[in-house]
Design a protein around this ligand. Structure first.
Ligand code: C2E
Ligand code: CA
Ligand code: CA
Length: 562
């Protein structure tokens, strides 16, 4: 047995040295050898039988025949052994290899399918926005390129849609709510167009729409789809958008240039106050260039003190006494002259420099105010405007308190005016924390432009406000009956909540008288005085700090309170 095993190992060892590709040669050689042996032995036997059939006895012949059969048997045995030792293992090995190959082929197929699936997912991801699922900028551009190639772009209308004030929603109410707003807006926009037309998310709060509808129709539909209110986390929110649009002609074949033109028109719509649409014209490019140059100039302007605080008096309507001043920013630009906030606030907003700008104006205004206090011209009370970004700034309190301490003014000499948009906020966000902290530090807060937005009355009761500023749009129509009813209702509400009211934009004596008759205590407007630069205001102060401010030559008559 041992010997047999050794032989078998040796045979296997010898076989293993044979190149597998040449194994068939070995089998053929063995077979050929066995066959040759058999044929040779058979031939010898026949020869012997033939040559000796006469000479040998029948017994010899029978013996030879047996020998022949023995040959056959040995040959058969050799073949059997070969089959058992070589063919069978080879066959089994081959079967194993084939099975392994089959398994490999199956797993390769699986891997290929997985790869195809992944590559599809990857291509979808690279062409779509992960949050809203809309095509992204890159996909839109490639779709537009296809349409240019098929000459299908001409006559189509491209809308570039930017949400108004989205940054403040994000900053004040948190990114999660911001994301929900974006998803809701993307749904609302998608519902504005038929299937086959494109709505894409370009970036952040910017969307684009490519449609063959007339611009007036689609612009109107987009506006009303948003302003009608969108449902975000179960509550209705009003969102407005600025839209830039253009109808494409044969000359326009570069999707990136087309998008840039529409984006420019959108930016102009935003600068004009938002919630409006602007048609792109080449003249807008010049305008956008100017804005861009202003944006570049702004950081140095803030550093160099080109931004100035101007002062507009606020007057007690009952006796014309000076109550306080509102600080309003102006930019004394070295080449463009004096710029009003409508020219540079959108620039500062776009450049993300509102916070810098506000603090620069505030600290300069506080320094002037302290100067007038030191010269004993006036015991100042100044109202500072704060942009939503400024109120949402996590460093607001330390920056503000530092400025206040440096100026030497007391906390009760400064009021901060916040816009209604600042207050569309959750209870736990930075804005709410800052507002509460300011109030705790003894800083009075006033709600600016009251009556223009949609600050909920419920919100009014929750905030630590000391007053509200009645917007000019409500004061201007006075004494019109409708406006009068609204003003009376607001005054009654404010009295109920213990808030004082400052009426803005009083230009005529009749308006001041009317407001005073209704119980409004403080007024501000061109009728009393326009905003003035510090040196001019100082002269005005010297004349009016201790003397009633008159309107149209005569002081306002004292009135009984409602
Ligand atoms: P606002 O806070 O509502 O300021 C009142 C605006 O009405 C001022 O415009 C003022 O000049 C103008 N105004 C005052 N009385 C009358 C009037 O009788 N008739 C008319 N037609 N207008 C009157 P201004 O200075 O152009 O400021 C515009 C807006 O820019 C301000 O509106 C305020 O929201 C913003 N702003 C101004 N300065 C700053 C600032 O330093 N920081 C921030 N964040 N915003 C500022
Ligand atoms: Ca204001
Ligand atoms: Ca105002």
């Amino acid at each position: 047995m041992l010997l047999l095993r050794q032989i078998s190992w040796r045979v296997k060892a010898s076989l293993s040295r044979i190149n597998p590709d040449r194994l068939w040669l070995f089998h053929v050689a063995v077979l050929a050898f066995v066959l040759a042996l058999f044929v040779a032995m058979h031939a010898i036997n026949q020869q012997i039988i033939a040559s000796s059939s006469a000479a040998h006895s029948a017994e010899d012949i029978a013996f030879l025949r047996k020998l022949q059969w023995a040959d056959l048997l040995i040959a058969g045995l050799v073949l059997l052994v070969q089959a058992a030792m070589i063919f069978l293992p080879t066959h089994l090995g081959l079967r194993r290899q084939m099975q392994a190959l089959r398994n490999q082929a199956t797993s390769l197929l699986d891997a290929k399918q997985e790869l195809e699936h992944l590559s599809k997912q990857l291509s979808h991801l690279s062409n779509h926005d992960a949050l809203t699922g809309l095509p992204n900028r890159r996909h839109l551009v490639s779709l537009m390129r296809d349409q240019v190639a098929q000459r299908k772009l001409t006559g189509q209308c491209l809308l570039f849609i930017g949400l108004d004030g989205f940054k403040s929603i994000n900053d004040s109410a948190g990114h999660e709510l911001g994301d929900h707003v974006l998803v809701a807006v993307s749904r609302a926009l998608s519902a504005c167009v038929d299937e086959g037309q494109i709505v894409a998310r370009i970036d952040g709060d910017e969307f684009a729409m490519l449609t063959d509808e007339p611009p007036a129709d689609i612009v109107q539909r987009v506006k009303s789809s948003l302003s009608g209110g969108i449902s975000v986390l179960g509550r209705d929110m009003k969102v407005t958008a600025s839209i830039g649009y253009l109808v494409l002609d044969n000359d326009q074949s570069d999707p990136l240039a087309i998008l840039a033109d529409a984006a420019m028109a959108m930016q102009v719509a935003k600068t004009d106050g938002g919630n409006r649409a602007r048609h792109f014209t080449p003249a807008l490019r010049e305008n956008a260039g100017q804005l861009q140059r202003l944006q570049l100039d702004l950081p140095a302007a803030i550093r160099n003190g080109e931004l100035e605080p101007w002062f507009q008096p606020q007057v007690r309507l009952t006796d014309g006494a000076l109550h306080g001043v509102e600080v309003l920013a102006r930019w004394r630009h070295p080449t463009r002259g004096l710029l009003t906030p409508d020219r540079f606030l959108p620039v500062a907003e776009r450049a993300g420099m509102m916070i810098e700008m506000d603090h620069a104006i505030w600290s300069s205004a506080m320094t002037y105010a302290k100067g007038w206090q030191r010269s004993q011209i006036w015991h100042p009370l100044i109202s500072l405007n704060a942009a939503p970004d400024t109120i949402a700034d996590p460093h607001l309190i330390e920056r503000f308190l530092l400025g206040l301490r440096r100026s030497g003014l007391a906390a009760d000499q400064v009021i901060i005016e916040v816009l209604e948009t600042t207050l569309i906020a959750g209870a736990d966000d930075m804005t709410a924390i800052n507002i509460d902290t300011l109030a705790e530090c003894g800083i009075a807060l006033e709600l600016d432009d009251f009556g223009t937005g949609y600050a909920s009355l419920c919100r009014l009761t929750q905030l630590p406000l000391s007053g509200i500023k009645l917007d000019r749009s409500l004061v201007a129509p006075l004494p019109d009956h409708g406006a009068d009813s609204v003003v009376r209702a607001i005054l009654a509400l404010a009295a109920e909540l213990g808030l004082h009211v400052i009426a803005e934009g009083i230009e005529e004596k009749g308006q001041a008288q009317h407001l005073s008759d209704r119980g409004c205590i403080i007024g501000q407007g061109y009728g009393f005085a326009r905003p003035m630069p510090p040196n001019e205001f100082e002269i005005w102060l010297r004349r009016h700090a201790n003397r009633p401010v008159t309107m149209g030559g005569a002081p306002l008559p004292l009135v009984k309170q409602a």
